[in-house]
Design a protein around this ligand. Sequence first.
Ligand code: CA
Length: 86
Amino acid sequence: MSDKSVLAERELLPEGQAAAARHFFAAEQRKGTSVILDIFRRADKNDDGKLSLEEFQAFFSDGTLNEEELEKLFHTIDSDNTRLFC
Ligand SMILES: [Ca+2]
């Protein structure tokens, strides 16, 4: 959020409503993150908080992507090449 939009928010909304709006958007953001975390936790079979290539392949191997495509996708996410994404 830029300083400009914070300023506009303060001008348009009374303090209580501005706080409520900030609270709402923060909650929405957490909801989005928790959906990703939920998928991540289900894919993380050994619960070490990291997703290995093997776990990634096992979770996403529903036939939509072949092994090569899965590996390519994994490496796209695993940009630092640790073979883990967490
Ligand atoms: Ca794991």
